[in-house]
Design a binder for this molecule. Structure first.
Ligand code: G4P
Length: 530
């Protein structure tokens, strides 16, 4: 690669910003995503992403299960330009669509935006996703949404955020009123006021600057001036008494900048986006299994697969493997090597994801995500690289499943296809497999219900194996050291099983059962995956 090309690559990589939006369902993730896409000109009207979510635009040849649920591959990765930045937003499906892929998507981003419903505070799914972001040490930005509704006190929300998630918070702006009395935001970062409905006051001006004392500059006729003053004082106090703003702490995921706003009213979203882009990181470097650090602007192309979407079209077996590019530039038709097997593969059929349509990749560099049509070559966590110097990125973590099912073949004569299917799907990362200690019966584990449905569907369609699944329900999985195990410790309330690496674990019925166990066997150490 010539020096010119190298500079060009460096410039392109530096302008990438790749992040995920995490939230509990209904907090407003789709609404805010849509606003961001509107700013970037990627969509023309609000409702586009939502319509996709509800399946209105579903293409007829999508996998049946996807159609029913309205999961759209095209909204899995959304790309747009804003100012001089190229932004990739990765979707993290929630609710019934929650799966290990949701977690794995967080392995492919450089930052996360956490959307919180200001009436509800920190909810369960946010907590789970946050934990993964924390483990990665990526910067986390918080958007407290639905300020146009009567919510909880901002101070209470900040306190809860800090306590529940154990992260320091730094408010970038502070609400002036809330719900019906919402007047605007005191923007501490820019030292200005952002009016909620500027047309109703402030002579239509959205932003009112403040002087260094926090007083309104110039002549402004504003409603409820005393309330503004009170909030300014409150916010200044908070600034003095609260956490210090630190770019390093943000970059390390130790301090989360908090923005208030209302996605539905497009209030505070643009301010958020602009500040976010200022502090969100460029594509990060990645470490190989050998401990080498690969920089994103290195000219040799490499990347890893973090998600595989199976069977888009029931008539074909092809799947889409989602690749995070870690270094270099993707060129259509390029030859790469698959680290795991050493197999050479030509990447001729690849796709980039946009909000409106799937498009063929034209220019993708480190930080970007591309979809590779896959006929069964790839597994989750695979590395591919260009050239002769082998690169193999670290394994993706495994996540502790929470839902379990007993599974057996419907037709006992078809054991072979049953075992083949289950083993391949386990290897691919679609589902986790356990065996009960004594009876050797098969138990599959997942973090979301969708994984079971996909499993059943793929077993039938790809391996011609009908399965019978019976739920064991929600369980808390905890691993134990084999040397600390006595097989008599197992019972129906703490089922003893082994994982596919032959490691023993208990599936506890609930927290009480786990506590009871720990009280009875205090010497036994219980551990979980992420
Ligand atoms: P999600 O992707 O996180 O699941 O949430 P989504 O954006 O779909 O938003 C959930 C609901 O909350 C939607 O209402 C949406 O309109 C509403 N919402 C989002 N942001 C705000 C906000 O700032 N203020 C208020 N008041 N509501 C907000 P819905 O009735 O479920 O859907 P729809 O029928 O309005 O589309």
């Amino acid at each position: 690669m010539t020096e010119n090309n190298n500079n060009e690559l460096n410039k392109e990589v530096k302008r990438r910003r790749t992040f995920a939006i995490i939230s509990h369902p209904d907090a407003g993730k789709t609404t805010i995503t849509e606003q961001l896409l509107l700013f970037g000109g990627a969509i023309r009207e609000a409702g586009t992403v939502k319509a996709k979510k509800s399946g209105k635009f579903a293409k007829s040849d999508w996998m049946e299960i996807e159609k029913q649920r309205g999961i759209s591959v095209t909204s899995s990765v959304m790309q747009f330009d804003y100012d001089d930045k190229r932004i990739n937003i990765l979707d993290t499906p929630g609710h019934e669509d929650f799966s290990e892929d949701t977690y794995r998507t967080l392995m492919a981003v450089d930052a996360a935006v956490m959307v919180v419903d200001s009436a509800k505070g920190i909810e369960e799914q946010t907590k789970k996703l946050f934990k993964v972001c924390r483990m990665r040490g990526i910067p986390i930005f918080t958007f407290m949404n639905k300020l146009d509704r009567d919510g909880r006190e901002p101070l209470e929300l900040i306190e809860e955020l800090e306590e529940v998630l154990e992260i320091d918070a730094y408010p970038m702006n502070w609400p002036i009123g809330s719900g019906k009395t919402l007047l605007g935001l005191y923007d501490l970062y820019h030292n200005r006021i952002e009016a909620f409905r500027p047309e109703e006051s402030n002579k239509g001006e959205r932003f009112i600057s403040l002087n260094s004392e926090g007083e309104i500059e110039g002549e402004h006729k504003i409603k409820k001036e005393s309330l503004y003053k009170q909030v300014l004082e409150e916010a200044l106090l908070l600034k003095e008494a609260g956490n210090e703003f630190s770019e390093e702490a943000i970059a390390a995921g130790k301090l989360t900048p908090v923005f208030f706003g209302s996605a539905l009213n497009n209030f505070g979203v643009q301010t958020f986006l602009e500040i976010f882009l200022q502090f969100a990181p460029e594509p990060s470097s990645h470490e190989t299994r050998g401990g080498e650090i690969v920089q994103p602007a290195e000219p040799t192309f490499s990347g890893f697969i973090f998600k595989i979407q199976a069977n888009m079209d029931p008539r074909h077996r092809d799947r889409i493997a989602f690749l995070r590019i870690c270094s270099g530039k993707f060129v259509k038709g390029m030859d790469v090597t698959l680290s795991r097997s050493g197999k050479k593969i030509r990447l001729s059929n690849s796709t980039q994801f946009m909000a409106e349509s799937r498009e063929i990749v034209t220019d993708a560099v480190a930080g970007d995500i591309v979809g590779l049509y896959d006929t069964g070559n790839f597994q989750i966590g695979d590395t591919i690289y260009e050239g002769n110097d082998k690169i193999e990125y670290q394994e993706l973590p495994q996540f502790t499943p929470e839902l379990f099912m007993k599974v057996e073949p419907k037709n006992v004569m078809k054991q072979k296809s049953f075992h083949k299917g289950i083993n391949q799907l386990v290897q691919e990362g679609a589902i986790q497999l356990y065996k009960s200690y004594h009876t050797e019966s098969y138990i599959i584990g997942a973090v979301g219900q969708l994984q079971f449905e996909v499993f059943e569907h793929r077993m039938r369609n790809e391996y011609n194996s009908e399965v019978i699944m019976s739920s064991i329900g929600n369980r808390i999985a905890r691993w134990v050291k084999p040397e600390q195990l006595d097989e008599n410790m197992g019972s129906s309330r703490n089922m003893l099983v082994r994982d596919r690496f032959d490691q023993p674990l208990f599936l506890f019925e609930n927290r009480f059962a786990m506590r009871w166990f720990s009280d009875k066997y205090p010497e036994v150490e219980l551990t979980s995956l992420l």
